[in-house]
Design a protein around this ligand. Structure first.
Ligand code: SF4
Length: 265
């Protein structure tokens, strides 16, 4: 009995040490945060299988952001292009196009991986990350006191696809130009990527998400324009791994601070 208790305490201590390494010094408790941290039943589309998209992680030095000079095209015109796009094979599996949701000028742009139907094949209209995922994202924004109208939410892959569809590197390479032009047009103060595909598509780095998160990177869509990028976990991952919500909360606190938002901790 005593041995089992010691084991439990050792495990708990190791868990707390791990959270410290992730940059979580304490656990604030507000209503919004508790709502975000609460466990929920899950019925989700599959997680991105990044190993199929990218080679396995190889350590590499931090490179400067790639020099790109994207044209400024109104987001509405880009959305029209997305609706009719047949540039890659995913258009054959498209349930509906997902150019993104939000105003043309916002403070924060949130970029996820892709939208897919759930395991029952259902994909109600007007979602960006998924039914439960969008609800979780709403709680995240409430927790940092950021009004929804200050946010543009989109994905790297602009087609909402069937359950079990697994976008490949070639689809990301084809589709990412829509995202790059959206960023150049919207010019948000800050970009938050959610998920591995999103951060890799924007920063063109191959490190794992656990190394890319918790600090700001620079992204330059046009000359003389540099936008800070913060990477964190995708709501799909958080619904399947609720213990990682606390690490995500640490990222959201950084994001709120950078945007000058007042949050209760
Ligand atoms: Fe076009 Fe992107 Fe859809 Fe491929 S995934 S068809 S590039 S919108």
């Amino acid at each position: 009995m005593a041995q089992g208790k010691n084991q439990l305490l050792r495990g708990l201590r190791a868990h707390l040490e791990y959270h410290k390494l992730l940059g979580i010094p304490n656990y604030p408790r507000t209503e919004e945060l508790l709502s975000f941290l609460k466990k929920q039943p899950i019925n989700l589309s599959p997680l991105p299988q990044i190993d199929k998209l990218e080679p396995r992680y190889k350590p590499e030095p931090e490179a400067p952001p790639p020099e790109i000079d994207e044209p400024t095209v109104p987001p509405g015109a880009i959305a029209e292009e997305v609706k009719n796009c047949k540039a890659c094979a995913l258009h054959l599996e498209r349930i509906y196009p997902v150019p993104g949701q939000g105003r043309d000028k916002v403070r924060l742009m949130i970029v996820g991986d892709w939208l897919a139907a759930d395991s029952k094949g259902e994909l109600p209209p007007d979602h960006v990350f998924g039914v439960q995922q969008d609800a979780m994202l709403g709680k995240m924004l409430e927790a940092i006191n950021l009004p929804r109208q200050e946010v543009f939410i989109t994905n790297v892959i602009k087609c909402g696809v069937k359950y079990n569809s697994q976008p490949q590197a070639v689809h990301v390479q084809t589709c990412v130009s829509f995202l790059r032009r959206q960023i150049a047009s919207i010019k948000p103060d800050l970009i938050c990527t959610m998920g591995m595909v999103a951060v890799r598509a924007i920063l063109e780095k191959s490190q794992p998400l656990s190394r890319l998160r918790s600090h700001f990177h620079d992204y330059s869509p046009q000359k003389s324009l540099i936008i800070p990028v913060l990477a964190t976990y995708h709501p799909t991952y958080l619904l399947q791994n609720p213990e990682m919500k606390r690490a995500t909360w640490a990222d959201l606190q950084m994001l709120a601070k950078k945007l000058g938002l007042q949050i209760r901790v």
